[in-house]
Design a protein. Structure first.
Length: 128
């Protein structure tokens, strides 16, 4: 579970077992950020996060969780609003060969390599 801002910078990350559903994984990634982002007003998420998570985020973070839904008449691939921001961030991270295939046995190691990749990307942007 990765939380990125509109610039593509990572603010929260949690690598967990595949048996954990998306809404539960979102709670694991969001909880450490509670009280640390006072200017946060809205979170966009895809349809996998719909349901009780919307109310949970409103209750604990006083933030709107907006579900980005695909159009009912959509056929084939179509770029969804705001969803491309997360996908772009993943594409940047995949510039690092280490993240193309998950070789790690420990979730904390995976998180460390993802943060290292994000830091590398951020430093390249600052160096321009």
């Amino acid at each position: 579970m990765t939380l990125v801002d509109t610039e593509g910078f990572i603010h929260g990350l949690r690598v967990h077992e595949a048996s954990i559903q998306d809404p539960s994984g979102a709670k694991l990634a969001l909880w450490p950020l509670r009280g640390k982002m006072p200017r946060l007003l809205k979170i966009w998420a895809d349809q996998g996060f719909a349901g009780r998570l919307v109310d949970w985020v409103q209750q604990w973070f006083n933030v709107t969780l907006e579900i980005v839904k695909k159009p009912q008449d959509q056929k084939g691939f179509q770029l969804l609003p705001k969803r491309w921001i997360v996908e772009r961030s993943f594409a940047w991270m995949l510039d690092d060969r280490r993240l193309v295939v998950d070789y790690e046995r420990c979730p904390k190691s995976s998180e460390g390599f993802i943060f290292t990749s994000a830091l590398h990307h951020m430093l390249r942007r600052l160096a321009r």
